[in-house]
Design a protein around this ligand. Structure first.
Ligand SMILES: *[C@@H]1O[C@H](CO)[C@@H](O)[C@H](O)[C@H]1NC(C)=O
Ligand SMILES: *[C@@H]1O[C@H](CO)[C@@H](O)[C@H](O)[C@H]1NC(C)=O
Length: 410
C-alpha cells in the first residue's frame, strides 16, 4: 500500500508540476516561454467583443461552453478577445458597468430585448443584473476550464465595427480616441485582472494588446501627428502603466497603417525626435511582443508576401535584429464561403507561420455579429462558423486550418 501510494505520487508529479496554465509567460529573444520554460506558440482565433453592444459575439446563438469547445476541438490554444474602451468609460464616468439587458437595448433598440432573451436562454448563468464585464469573466473562466489562454485586445475606443480612417477611432486625438481615456482604460483592465488573478480568476490571461490597427485618420481634426514619434510617446507610456498595474502579462505592441508596419522597431531605427525603440532599455523587456496583421487576400506570389511581412516586422524574429522579439500575426483571414483557403494568400500564411515558428490568431470565430455597420444580425462570411454559430461554415476551409494548426504546434 505504501509503495503503491509512493508510486502514485510520483506518477502524479508531472501533472502537478506542469498543470495548466503555467503562467505567467515571458519572452527570451524571439521566443515566448511559459512559466516552465517551454516554448509557447499562439494558435487561435479572434473573438470580437468591441461592437456597439460591447459584449463578446454569438451568445444569442450558442453557449460560451460550446463556442470554446469548437475552438478546442481544433487544438487551438488561445483566444484574442477584443474590448472597447467605452466599456471602461461607462464604468468610470457613467455610473458603472452596464447590465447586458440594457446594453442590448441601448445598442439594438426595440430588438435588444429579443437578443438578450436568447443570450440568457443559451447561457442560463446570466440574468438581468449580469454586467458586460461579468460576461468577459465567464468567457475567461470557460477558456480556463477547457485549458485555453486569453489574450485581451483593446480594439476600439467607441464600440463599433473596426476599422476605417473615418470611424473616429483611428489615431490619438481622433474624434472618439481620447488618449487619456485610452490609457485609463488599459490601466483599469490591467488592474482589474490582477485583482481577479489574486482571487484565482482569469489565471489564463497571458497578454494584452494595447491597441488594434493604428491608422491615419481621413481628416486630421485634433489628432496628433501621425508618425512613429507620436506612436512611441503614447504606446510606451501606456505599456509602462499596464506593466506597473500588472507585471505578469505580456504586452503586445501593434504598428502603423492598420498594423501592417512595425518598420523601425526590429532595427531600433530613429523614430524622430530622438526616439528609438531599444528593447534593452525596458525593465520589462521580457514582457514585450510585437503583433502584425495581414489581409493581402489577392496576393499572387508567396515570395512577395514573405519579403513584405519579413521587412515590415517579422525580421524582429531574425538573428540580425537589434531588438530580437517574438512577433505574432494577430489578424489574417478570408472568406470561408468559397475556395480562398486553397489560394496563394491562405496557403502562403500556412507555410510562413510554420517556417518562422511564429504564432497567429485568425479572424474570426464567428458566424454573425449582433450588429455591424448599422445592420443587425450581420452575416460574417469570413467567420469560421455558420450564421447561427452551430457548426463550421466550410469543412474544407476548416481542414486547411487544421493543417495550419498542426504545422504551427509541431
Ligand atoms: C524553442 O524552440 C526553438 C526552435 O525549435 C528552439 O531553438 C529553442 O531552444 C526552444 N526553446 C526552449 C526553451 O525549448
Ligand atoms: C446573476 O448573474 C451574475 C453573474 O452573471 C451572478 O453573479 C448572480 O449570482 C446572478 N444572480 C442570480 C439571482 O442568479
Amino acid at each position: 500500500m505504501y509503495l503503491l501510494s509512493v508510486f502514485l505520487c510520483i506518477a502524479a508529479l508531472p501533472t502537478l508540476l506542469f498543470a495548466f496554465p503555467n503562467a505567467p509567460f515571458k519572452t527570451t529573444t524571439r521566443w515566448i516561454l511559459d512559466s516552465q520554460g517551454e516554448n509557447f506558440t499562439y494558435v487561435g482565433a479572434n473573438w470580437p467583443g468591441a461592437g456597439e453592444v460591447m459584449i463578446p459575439e454569438g451568445l444569442q446563438y450558442a453557449s460560451i461552453q460550446s463556442i470554446v469547445a469548437k475552438m478546442k476541438s481544433l487544438k487551438m490554444n488561445v483566444v484574442r478577445l477584443t474590448f472597447a474602451i467605452e466599456m471602461i468609460d461607462d464604468i468610470k464616468d457613467n455610473g458603472g458597468d452596464v447590465p447586458i439587458q440594457k446594453a442590448f437595448s441601448k445598442a439594438l433598440g426595440s430588438n435588444g430585448e429579443k437578443f438578450y432573451q436568447q443570450v440568457v436562454k443559451n447561457n442560463p448563468q446570466f440574468n438581468s443584473s449580469t454586467t458586460r464585464l461579468q460576461v468577459y469573466d465567464a468567457i475567461a473562466a470557460e477558456l480556463a476550464k477547457q485549458e485555453m489562454y486569453v489574450h485581451l485586445d483593446n480594439h476600439m475606443s467607441k464600440g463599433a465595427w473596426c476599422c476605417g480612417g473615418n470611424d473616429g477611432n483611428a489615431w490619438f486625438g481622433d474624434k472618439f480616441f481620447n488618449t487619456e481615456k485610452w490609457k485609463r482604460g488599459l490601466q483599469y483592465m490591467a488592474d482589474y485582472l490582477m485583482v481577479r488573478l489574486k482571487g484565482k480568476k482569469w489565471p489564463n490571461l497571458v497578454s494584452i494588446g494595447l491597441r488594434n490597427e493604428f491608422r491615419k485618420p481621413d481628416s486630421a481634426g485634433s489628432s496628433l501627428p501621425y508618425n512613429w514619434q507620436t506612436w512611441y510617446t503614447h504606446n510606451i507610456a501606456a505599456a509602462d502603466l499596464v506593466n506597473a498595474a500588472n507585471p505578469n502579462i505580456l504586452i503586445f505592441l501593434s504598428g502603423l497603417d492598420y498594423d501592417t508596419k512595425l518598420t523601425p522597431l526590429p532595427g531600433a531605427e530613429d523614430m524622430g525626435g530622438g526616439k528609438k525603440f531599444q528593447l534593452s532599455n525596458f525593465k520589462y523587456a521580457d514582457k514585450l511582443v510585437l503583433e502584425l496583421h495581414n489581409y493581402q487576400n489577392s496576393a499572387t506570389a508567396c515570395g512577395d508576401m514573405e519579403s513584405g511581412l519579413w521587412n515590415n516586422g517579422f525580421r524582429a524574429t531574425g538573428d540580425k535584429a537589434v531588438n530580437r522579439m517574438p512577433v505574432v500575426l494577430t489578424e489574417f483571414g478570408f472568406s470561408q464561403a468559397d475556395s480562398s483557403y486553397s489560394g496563394v494568400y491562405a496557403s502562403c500564411l500556412r507555410t510562413l507561420m510554420a517556417k518562422w515558428e511564429t504564432g497567429w490568431t485568425v479572424w474570426v470565430i464567428a458566424g454573425s455579429y449582433y450588429m455591424r455597420s448599422g445592420k443587425q444580425d450581420f452575416e460574417e462570411v469570413w467567420g469560421l462558423l455558420n450564421h447561427d454559430w452551430s457548426n463550421w461554415r466550410s469543412t474544407s476551409a476548416i481542414n486547411a486550418l487544421k493543417q495550419m494548426i498542426d504545422a504551427s504546434l509541431k
